[in-house]
Structure formats: C-alpha cells, structure tokens
Design a protein around this ligand. Structure first.
Ligand code: NAD
Length: 338
C-alpha cells in the first residue's frame, strides 16, 4: 500500500511550483500517492475556515504533507495559515538547509549552512492588544520546554549529520529574560546531547554581519522563531535567493515540507517562478520521512545537472544562460531523473 502525501498547493505561485514538484515525484519512481487538500483564503470562502477540518483531519491521519506558500494579509485579516499549521501539529523545528548549488554563480561558493528555527512560539504567539489608544503590545512568549525542545533537536541533528558547530543567534543583551532563557537552554542541551560539538553564541546583529561577510564560517544555526524567519531569507540570498532553498517543519508526530519563500504575488500565474525550492523540499521529504535515499539523491542530482547545463528561471538570470519557465525547468529535471 503506497504512503499518502497530503498536498496543499497554496496560492500565488503555489499551484505552479507544487505542480512541478508533483510531476517530479511521479517521475522519481517513489511509490507515493497525493491527497490534495484546501487551505488559505479560497478555502475560507468555500468552507468557512482557512484550514478546513477535513484538511486538519487528513494531516492528522497521514502525518506528512508538501505545502505550497499561502498568502497572509498584511496588517489585518486572518491569522497566518502557516503559523496555525505549525502550532496545531506542534511542528516545532523548521529545518532549512542553505547550500551553494553547483551551476549557480553567487558571491560565495562554499555555503553549507542549516538554519534551525523554533517554529511555535516567540514573537509569533499572535497575542496582540491595545493597552490604551495608540499603544499596542505584542507578546513574545518563550517557554523553557519550547527552548529545550528546539535546542535538543538542533544538537541531535548536528550530531547525526556529522556537523561540527552550532551557532546560537540571540538578543539576550536586550531581551535578557526571554533570549536569556533560550541561550541557557541551548547551553544545557549542548552539554546533555552533544558536548563534542562546538557551541558558539553570537548577538544576532553581529551574526548577520558575519554571515554576509563570510558565510563559510557557519555550520548549523539555531535561533528563535522571529530571528529564524529573518535569517532564513538572508541566508537564501547567499546562495541564489528564495527560489532555491527548501525547508521542513518537523514535529514528533509529523512533518510539513515547504520552500522558505512565500506566495510571490508579484510573479504569480506567469510561469516564471522557480520551482527548485519546492522540488528540493520534496527531495528532503523522500529522504527524511520515507527513507527513499536513492530517489531523493536522483532528484537532487537532476536539479544540479539542469543548472550546470545552463538552464535558469528568471530569478537566477545570468548572461550566457538559457532562461526557461516553471514548467520547462521542471520537465528538464524530470528528463534527468532517468
Ligand atoms: P515572497 O517570498 O513571496 O517573495 C519575496 C521575493 O522573492 C519576491 O520578489 C518574489 O517574486 C521572489 N520569489 C519568492 N519565491 C520565488 C520563487 N520560487 N521564484 C522566483 N522568485 C521568487 O515574500 P513576500 O512577498 O514578502 O510575501 C508574499 C506573501 O507570502 C505574503 O502574504 C506572506 O505572508 C506569504 N508568505 C508565506 C509563506 C509560506 O507560505 N510559508 C512564507 C513567507 C511568506
């Protein structure tokens, strides 16, 4: 009986990039079936909720999903579907491997960073209120249990993958108690889980400067939710942009795989979005959720082969290279899976 992958295609460029990933999976030889599910503004219109109960129930049952980006209204409107899914399923670890891809020319050549972001609390508690007119408070919620859980995950991850160093980005000089707790938990989990791995602590502003100056000095990065959101995009910029960086939201009882990027409304519906980040998220899923190492490697190698052959979507435009659309680059990847 083939495993089932829940599929949320999302909106904006979501349907285009998930269609490309879906075609790649179907060509990869992995015996998995898709279960399309609704989420986002369209789901709210049709079913009265941005995440209908049927979607929640399917993810509860099958535990693994591939998700396209979902638009969140700015400054008003419904709570982020992404944040809600991560909290509902306790997907506390966002894992975002950021690596230089052979074939893409960027400022840096040896980037091999994994950003591990706490995914369920911090400033993304969504608790905001007006104290008196003109004064808004947003609560940053930091728990010892949440900090220990993500730090334990990060050190176990580093150890299991032969990584040498975990760098914690924090702002404990200002948020002495919240980020102080995060740092304290990281130190204790370091001792408990992987004392042989180097632990580095950097105040985040300095950390960002060091990242853009020499990203090759970093290995695994660990940080709380809001900081991790910012730093993930910054790191994506080091290796070619949001079009190429995959991600996974991992919990103890399930995982949702999705690219780091959002719904990119500025380029939606034009067949120009880069599907590589979503296809690479699929490759992560094959490996980590289903143990399909061979199929996962075939997909990753096909991506590099297409880039080395000089094909690019518009976001990676480079002189002397051939610019192709979303579907075409997906088809080129499929051709090379063999
Ligand atoms: P974005 O990531 O959608 O886009 C930022 C820039 O990167 C844009 O110029 C866009 O064209 C480009 N870009 C992103 N992905 C690309 C791709 N695959 N190929 C080529 N270019 C790509 O960020 P934004 O514009 O700040 O946010 C748009 C919407 O997405 C917002 O509603 C936001 O809330 C939502 N969002 C969703 C998720 C998610 O679903 N996980 C993540 C981030 C943002």
């Amino acid at each position: 009986m083939p495993h089932t992958i829940c599929l949320i295609e999302g909106d904006g460029i979501g349907p285009e990039v998930t269609a490309a990933a879906r075609a790649v999976l179907d060509a990869s030889g992995a015996e998995l079936t898709w279960l399309p599910l609704a989420a986002g503004a369209a789901a709210a219109e049709r079913f009265g909720d941005t995440i209908p109960e049927a979607t929640l129930e399917a993810i509860r049952t099958h535990r693994i999903a591939l998700k396209g980006p979902v638009t969140t209204p700015v400054g008003k409107g419904f709570t982020s579907v992404n944040v809600r899914l991560r909290k509902t399923f306790n997907l506390y670890a966002a894992v975002r491997p950021v690596r230089s891809l052979r074939g893409i020319r960027t400022r840096y050549e040896n980037v091999e960073i994994v950003v591990i972001r706490e995914n369920t609390e911090g400033l993304y508690s969504g608790i905001e209120h007006e104290v008196v007119p003109g004064v808004i408070e947003t609560l940053k919620v930091t728990t010892k249990a949440g900090c220990e859980r993500i730090a334990r995950y990060a050190f176990a991850y580093a150890r299991s993958r032969g990584r040498k160093k975990v760098t914690v980005f924090h702002k404990a000089n200002i948020m002495k108690r919240a980020d102080g707790l995060f740092l304290d938990c990281a130190r204790r989990m370091h001792e408990e889980v992987a004392p042989e791995i180097a632990l580095e602590e950097l105040i985040i502003d300095n950390g960002c400067m060091q990242l853009v100056r020499d990203p090759s000095r970093f290995d695994v990065l660990l940080m709380e939710n809001y900081n991790g959101d910012m730093v993930s995009d910054l790191c994506a910029g080091l290796v070619g942009g949001l079009g190429v960086v995959p991600g996974a939201n991992i919990g103890d009882e399930g995982a949702i795989f999705e690219a780091v990027h959002g719904s990119a409304p500025d380029i939606a519906g034009k067949d120009i979005a880069n599907p590589i980040a979503t296809i690479a998220s699929l490759a992560m899923m094959l490996k980590y959720s289903f143990g399909l190492q061979k199929e996962s490697d075939a997909v990753e190698q096909a991506i590099v082969s297409v880039l080395e052959a000089g094909y690019r979507t518009a976001d990676l435009k480079e002189e002397g290279k051939t610019t192709v659309g979303t579907k075409q680059i997906g088809d080129l990847i499929i051709e090379r899976i063999g």
